[in-house]
Design a protein around this ligand. Structure first.
Ligand SMILES: [Fe+2]
Length: 150
């Protein structure tokens, strides 16, 4: 399997794990939620931003992949908006739990689409050399953003 896809899937698994833990953190008070949410942000934000700057642009430029990629970008946008709301809101409130639940569904849906439709059209649109290049850029960009977040 495509090495770049494997790399993205590994990140996706990490994110899904944290989302699952956040759902379980219901009764454990705000502190656990704060801690897990921080971890989630540190994983998800660099991942999404790196995808947006390295993976999505070549897809948007390729006619076989453009439509699916446009949807993916919009899903990122919605996820980023909800993430900002979650960040601002007190973690102990019921509404936070409800919003997190919706966010989890949103992100899980996006991951499913990305690993399905988007990977498929990316394989049609990009050459092996292009994947190699994107993979390197993605990893560099992700590390850079992770550092900036700290
Ligand atoms: Fe994504």
């Amino acid at each position: 399997m495509n090495k770049f896809f494997q790399m993205l899937k590994k990140d996706h698994e990490e994110v899904k794990g944290l989302l699952g833990q956040l759902k379980e953190a219901k009764g454990n008070g705000a502190k656990k939620r704060e801690e897990l949410f921080q971890k989630l942000t540190e994983e998800l934000v660099p991942h999404m931003k790196s995808e947006e700057s390295t993976f999505y642009p070549p897809l948007l430029a390729a006619k076989e992949a453009r439509e699916d990629a446009m949807e993916g970008v919009e899903e990122h946008h919605v996820a980023e908006m909800v993430l900002k709301e979650l960040e601002k809101m007190p973690k102990g409130e019921d509404q936070w739990g409800a919003k997190m639940s919706v966010f989890k569904e949103l992100v899980e849906h996006h991951i499913k689409e990305e690993e399905g439709k988007i990977f498929k059209s990316a394989e049609k649109a990009l050459s092996q050399d292009e994947f190699e290049k994107i993979m390197k850029q993605f990893e560099q960009e992700k590390q850079r953003i992770k550092k900036d977040l700290k």
